[in-house]
Design a binder for this molecule. Structure first.
Ligand code: NBP
Length: 481
């Protein structure tokens, strides 16, 4: 009888295989593996004898190959495949065992699954895992939810495989049931915004200065040495430098300009709408991908009038610096909005999420890893109840430095007819937030006019309705407190 494994992986496509290899490479782990189609299991075992996998071709054998409490990470396609595997594991496992879903589940599915599995006495943990296939192999950022009891067993295992940033593993117990997948969803939403902002910056620089993609790659490489330092800025330089082997053109000019999406950005926005949280930067990023992927509409609209395409800035160097600052300010807005959604989700679902810890575990392994996450951790350490991230002293200063540039860039883009939905919506959000008075007063008036929705007054407490069509008197509906 071979020695039992302390951890198992179910689902051996790219993510599961890499995660299993990562687990096997860490001191003290013995890894059991199982996949629905046994060919994948055999291939992985044969390709990586050094991993010493304990391979099974039935879920029963897989369960029997694990030491107790049995702990298995599911890495299958999100949705019904995940439910199917959970059902199989629940049948094969015992109370006290731990089932981890490491796929990209919708957090409400995780809440539902956790509740159902808990009733059997088995622990269920929804764990967001970010970093793509490279991260899974070398060290992802991991966002586990679930019970404190499950975390006791799982914590050391996940710490052993997570990315390390400044000496600390990029994993923390985020909160109960769906908290981990919720935070992973927000991570992805911020990732959408970050990518769109970078794309807008590239587009404006290219059209405004006439620089080539390779020259703009140098600009991004330079930016990556400063406050914008991040994985996405780094890879942007690499993508822009790439030349297409077939045509000799910059690869970015050969790639069809229709961006795909797998849904986590849309989930972030849908959830934000339910929670009433404005995440306009993220929403514009999701919509920009949708717009790009409407070739028929784009073709039909291609001859609609707009400014001539001959726009060039006078001073390329100062424009590029303006774009850099506009990008930084808009990025602060995207993170601030993302953290607002985390706070609202935590309140709605009863999670005790430590915001500073979330920023910390995003510093390594994941797609949005960035130098400035340290500033977010510091901001929440200084004031755990910070009402809006962008009002923290560091970010307030950064936006003060950036705002003139930000406005110039948005004006230039609008005048030149270049779409910059994420830059401009972030600026509008910023101006909305800091406004002394908003035209929401007029909206309330309209609502009261057609729907008797009432309004409150600036000069006295209470709830009021105006008798618009009769004698235009105001009546008090409820006494103020
Ligand atoms: P896929 O999402 O492509 O799923 C393929 C795996 O699901 C295979 O192991 C397949 O088994 C299994 N599977 C399916 Br499909 N239906 C099944 C069923 N009814 N019962 C049992 N197994 C079933 O794999 P992936 O790209 O490695 O991603 C795995 C998870 O990680 C997903 O939830 C994904 O969203 C998430 N994720 C992916 C990335 C990424 O960069 N790819 C990043 C972060 C998270 P088979 O071999 O028998 O068909």
């Amino acid at each position: 009888m071979p020695a039992k494994a302390n951890i198992g992986v179910v689902g051996l496509a790219v993510m599961g295989s890499n995660l299993a290899r990562n687990l096997a490479s860490r001191e003290g782990n013995s890894v059991a593996i199982y996949n629905r189609s046994p060919e994948r299991t055999r291939e992985l075992t044969a390709a990586h004898p050094e991993a010493g996998f304990v391979a099974s071709e039935s879920i029963e054998d897989f369960a029997a190959s694990l030491s107790k409490p049995r702990t298995a990470i599911i890495m299958v396609k999100a949705g019904t495949p995940t439910d199917a595997v959970i059902d199989q594991l629940v049948a094969a496992f015992e109370p006290g065992d731990i089932i981890v879903d490491g796929g990209n589940a919708l957090f409400t599915d995780t809440i539902r699954r956790e509740k159902a599995v808990r009733e059997t006495g088995i622990n269920f943990v929804g764990a967001g895992i970010s970093g793509g296939e490279e991260g899974a192999l070398h060290g992802p950022s991991i966002m586990p939810g679930g019970s404190a009891e499950a975390w006791e067993t799982l914590g050391p295992i996940l710490r052993s495989i997570a990315a390390v940033a400044e000496g600390e593993p990029c994993v923390t117990h985020v909160g109960t049931d769906g908290a981990g997948h919720f935070v992973k969803m927000i991570h992805n939403g911020i990732e959408y915004a970050d990518m769109q902002l970078i794309a807008e910056a590239y587009d404006l620089i290219r059209r405004g200065t006439g620089k080539s993609p390779a020259e703009i790659a140098d600009v991004f490489a330079e930016w990556n040495k400063g406050e914008l330092e991040s994985y996405l800025i780094e890879i942007t330089a690499e993508v822009l430098r790439q030349v297409d082997a077939e045509t000799g053109k910059p690869l970015v000019d050969v790639i069809l300009d229709q961006a795909g999406a797998k849904g986590t950005g849309a989930w972030t926005v849908q959830t934000a709408l339910d929670l009433g949280i404005p995440v306009s930067g993220i929403a514009e990023a999701v919509f920009a991908r949708s717009l790009s992927s409407k070739p028929d509409q784009r073709k039909a609209a291609a001859d609609l009038p707009g400014p001539a395409a001959t726009w060039k800035v006078e001073d390329a160097e100062s424009f590029i610096e303006d774009v850099r600052l506009a990008l930084y300010a808009s990025k602060i807005v995207a993170y601030s909005q993302g953290f607002d959604e985390i706070v609202a989700g935590a309140t709605e679902y009863g999670w005790d999420i430590r915001k500073g810890e979330i920023a910390k575990i995003w510093r390594g392994g994941c797609i949005i890893r960035a130098q400035f996450l340290n500033r977010i951790t510091e901001a929440y350490a200084a004031d755990p109840n910070l009402v809006a991230l962008l009002t923290a002293p560091y970010f307030r200063d950064a936006i003060s430095r950036a705002q003139d540039s930000w406005r110039r860039v948005v004006v230039a883009a609008a005048s030149a007819g270049i779409p910059s939905p994420a830059f401009s919506s972030s600026l509008a959000y910023y101006d909305g937030l800091r406004a002394d008075r908003l035209p929401a007063a007029l909206v309330q008036g309209q609502r009261d006019f057609f729907g008797a929705h009432t309004y409150r007054r600036v000069d006295k407490p209470g709830v009021f309705h105006t008798l618009w069509s009769e004698d235009r008197r105001e009546v008090e509906i409820e006494a103020g407190h």
